[in-house]
Design a protein around this ligand. Structure first.
Ligand code: ADP
Ligand code: MG
Length: 228
């Protein structure tokens, strides 16, 4: 379970500090999903990084399964992220020199706390689930945008994370690929009972999550997206 309590984040600006998040609280159980909407620059990515143990809030606490990653040393924090949190960004961020299969296996190489044959089996299963079993030896440059994003999803899930964070995962895709990636994200989230938090500008996508929020002027509001 994810519990964010009164998160605030300020960045230094030219005339003093700029508050981006002001006392944002969010609590999600396994199997729950939240969409975060909001104008550009409203702090959606900042919130995701704070939830994902990538960037500490100025004040407030984040706990995942009862543990606060920001109380850990840097090395422990990296291991915690690797083991418990999956990320999918707008830009797939795959390693260009590695194959599809290798890209999915990267998180398992860092951890080394699980059997490599089990990791390999899991990577194969996930690539099958995202419909890319026939592309295992391809490089990212040989894939379409939608296919690359599906590899990124498989990579984010290979460590069986508690929390899956996606920052505009369909933002660079055409409608058909965006729908396919969204279907996949939600299906895998249901199957694995992760906590899922997705930043999106798509009202249609947002309406498919358990909860919808709007981030505006630093505050997180429950929000019902208007469908076209
Ligand atoms: P969103 O994802 O909603 O578009 P961001 O979270 O990326 O917004 O950014 C929110 C605000 O915080 C922006 O005004 C941005 O310029 C500022 N910001 C983000 N990261 C930094 C940083 N590392 N240093 C200074 N300002 C930042
Ligand atoms: Mg952003």
């Amino acid at each position: 379970m994810l519990e964010a309590s009164r998160l605030s984040r300020a960045f230094p600006g030219t005339d003093g500090s700029i508050a981006v998040l002001s006392e944002v609280s969010l609590s999600l159980r396994a199997g729950e999903s939240a969409a975060i909407m909001g104008p550009s620059g409203s702090g959606k990515s900042t919130l995701l990084y704070a939830l994902g143990a990538l960037d500490p809030p100025t004040t407030g606490t984040v706990t995942l399964n009862g543990r606060n990653p920001y109380t850990l040393t840097e090395t422990e924090q990296a291991a915690f992220r690797n083991r418990h949190i999956g990320f999918v960004f707008q830009d797939h961020a795959l390693l260009p020199q590695c194959t599809v299969l290798e890209n999915v296996l990267v998180p398992t190489l860092v951890a080394r706390d699980r059997r490599s044959d089990a990791c390999l089996a899991r990577a194969h299963t996930l690539l099958d689930q995202v419909g890319l079993s026939h592309r295992l030896s391809h490089r990212p440059s040989q894939l379409s945008g939608g296919e690359r994003q599906r590899v990124a999803i498989a990579r984010a899930l290979v460590q069986e994370p508690t929390l899956l964070l996606c920052d505009e995962p369909t933002g660079n895709l055409d409608q058909r690929n965006a729908d396919a990636v969204a279907d996949l994200l939600l299906a895998l989230h249901r199957a694995q009972q992760t906590v899922l938090v997705v930043v999106t500008h798509s009202a249609a996508l947002a309406s498919r999550f358990t909860r919808q929020y709007l981030l505006r002027e630093g505050h997180l509001h429950p929000h019902t997206p208007h469908l076209p």
